[in-house]
Design a protein around this ligand. Sequence first.
Ligand code: GLC
Length: 547
Amino acid sequence: MLREYWYKEAIIYCLNVDYFLDSNGDGTGDFEGLIKRLDYLNKLGITCIWLLPFYNSPRRDDGYDVADYYGINPLAGNFGDFVQLIRLARERGIRVIIDLVVNHTSDQHYWFQSARKDKESPFRNYYVWCKEKPADADEGVSFPGYQKSTWTYDEEAGEYYYHAFYEFQPDLNFSNPKVREEVCKMMGFWLQLGVSGFRVDAAPFLIAKKGLQEKPSQDDQYQYLEELRQFLSVYEGDAIMLAEANVSPDQLAQFFGEDNRMQMLFNFTLNQRLMLALARQEIAPIIQGFEETPVAPPSAHWANFLRNHDELSLDKLSHEERQEVFNAFGPEKEMQIYGRGIRRRLAPMLNGDPQRLELAYSLLFSLPGTPVIRYGEEIGMGDDLSRKERDSIRTPMQWSNSPNGGFSVAPADKLCSPVISEGQYSYEKVNVASQHSNPESLLGRIARMTSARRECVELSLGKIEFLDTGNPAVLLQRSEWEGNVTFTINNLSDKKATIEIERQEFKDTFVLDLLSDKEYKAIEKGHSSVELEGYGYRWFRLGRDSF
Ligand code: GLC
């Protein structure tokens, strides 16, 4: 069978250039720094980098307020550096995708500057205006507590403009064909520079057709995603769009369409259920998460994650379920945000328990769907709750125990964001250098997981079944593709467990121990009993290619 879809077998690593490595000592990370760490990423086993916004921007929303789609933040570098990155990454088999932030621009973008000044400006209709403040303007804000309204009056324009997010992010008007053309032109530009696709920011907002007097039918909205896909396939056949669409499960299939819209969607449904499962130490919510999400069409694929760069949104859980996750992983008010989420990194949420952290990553790397990890997760970085909103988890990468965690030689007060320098997660205690050569460290374990996942293509492409173990805390997954079978077993509970794998194939064949949390006694042929430590995990492979 052909293995034509690279993204189904990918392992994605998401990073913000600003926070990764500063090569010139100005206090902000840059492309040159990232290039220096490509071999580190290669060794970690990732195959695709997702770059968070690095465009010219006032950076009032961490770069999600773009002032120029054709410009690179000068602190990050220039186009020469960017193209070098693409080339050197490709030489290592690593692709690069970038954030496509087109639902809105920064209010500093020249389109908006011109639009607000002059009703006759060619850019006026790039945005969404209204003479009167709509009655529902203050409902449904994206950042409750930090955003007052979705319509703000602009003195210069003499009208209200629409913004789904912060007031400095005016929404673009996608019912204007000119805006659509601008987006394609800009995507084409970055594709020519060698990117392998885009993470589509705020996809449901993008297609909401704001600005039309007569609201189109629901189905109509999604047409635009087809237009984008069509453009992409003509321009660069294997480039992808990976959409951020945290919508209710019954709307998700629309984003895939008839295999003609988004190639990938982040699985927010599973993410929320997975956190509930970890909190309860029970697998049922994970199974529910898979049942709730539609099957991806042939060329499409889900992307799984534990934590992203935003709050851990728990908005799709019931009030009680959300409370359970809050109680387990973010009990203090300062750990919570927007009434729906947690603004902590994973390691502190799991109390820094190495066993439990490994178990969480064993789940991520064995479940069906492309795994996405975020910089710093691989070493168990912590958060800084003294920083505002989601900035708590946007601190510089901790490379070593040198000043500023080896991130930058600039004075600490010149850094783009303070390094975590106190407590259990300080750079002196948690850093790459101290884990680098230790296979038992989180970094070492995650590197083994990525390599095992890449070795077992059935985990990426195979037919997946969850088998009953009789133990509500143990997830037994069977993945098969082209005669190869992998059994992955994850124990969500802190208690030891023994399960029987009631499958003849498991007893009949040689079983290769691929990966486990500790060294267990090997399974003898004819036996089916598998022991697991609390938070233990074991991966086995049988079949033609398992040696
Ligand atoms: C997305 C981004 C988030 C940003 C928002 C507005 O949700 O992930 O960080 O604030 O869009 O662009």
